[in-house]
Design a protein around this ligand. Structure first.
Ligand code: GLP
Length: 238
């Protein structure tokens, strides 16, 4: 089966964006011009453009046209670092909006992940994370209350939680178990992240530990698929 035409067009346009021929903010030629250039129907060109919008390479502005999007935030998946540090290193101003902050009793799953007894108290903190005021990720984080009593009293919109854990509770996170999988935005998440319901998101789940193996955090983070990508540097095992 040959590679469908709309995919070939999509790849050709991707190449123009990645090579810098079309820089962020460039307005795309009208659909009919692209049809003429590639010798295809409008439907085929639309399919290609639709994919690029979904992937975050292009953005549509109602009544204004289609433009090359800002490049994705290139985030190292390793090492273990906080959202604040990740944004700082990308030259973006980190921010947080507190959506929910309460204590809950551990469910069976939370107890297992955080190595707690069933029913022990846990802070559940939900924050919308921003980079230069743009929504990037939604974090659902959980911390055992007995390890960091009063965590909910700190300014969780202006301060890094990892810094608070370190400075105020002497909890230094040195290791984490983390998984990554694709998911889609539910309405609640879509509204906060300012994406369409059903848009692709990346789900990171992380359990973080101190040197003595104490589990301090269980986090479920949803990152916008159109604004971020994760970089992994691979090496042959020694
Ligand atoms: C990252 C991690 C989360 C962690 C957060 C802390 O997003 N994936 O598990 O809760 O950083 O960020 P900060 O210290 O900026 O509050």
């Amino acid at each position: 089966m040959p590679v469908p035409l709309y995919i070939q067009i999509r790849e050709a346009l991707t190449e123009r964006i990645h090579s810098g021929e079309w820089t962020p903010g460039t307005r795309l030629p009208a659909e009919r011009e692209l049809c003429a250039e590639f010798g295809t129907s409008r439907m085929t060109v639309r399919q290609a453009l639709g994919d690029l919008v979904a992937n975050g390479l292009l953005t549509r502005q109602q009544g204004n046209g289609t433009f090359v999007a800002e490049p994705k935030i290139d985030t190292p998946a390793i090492p273990l670092q906080s959202f604040t540090v990740t944004m700082d290193r990308q030259g973006l101003a980190p921010g947080a909006k507190l959506i929910e902050c309460k204590t809950i009793s551990t469910t069976r799953e939370l107890a297992r992940l955080l190595k707690l007894k069933l029913g022990e108290r846990v802070y559940r903190i939900v924050r919308l994370r921003t980079g230069n005021k743009q929504p990037i990720a939604l974090e659902y984080s959980h911390f055992p209350a007995r390890l960091c009593p009063g965590l909910d009293k700190f300014d969780l919109e202006r301060r890094s939680i990892y810094r608070i854990l370190e400075k105020e509770f002497n909890l230094v996170l040195v290791r984490a178990d983390q998984t990554l999988e694709p998911t889609i935005a539910r309405r609640f998440e879509a509204e906060l992240l300012k994406v369409q319901e059903g848009a692709p998101l990346m789900l990171w789940e992380r359990v973080s530990f101190t040197t003595d193996g104490t589990a301090v955090e269980y986090a479920k983070d949803l990152y916008r698929g159109d604004r971020t990508r994760f970089r992994l540097n691979l090496e042959l095992p020694k």
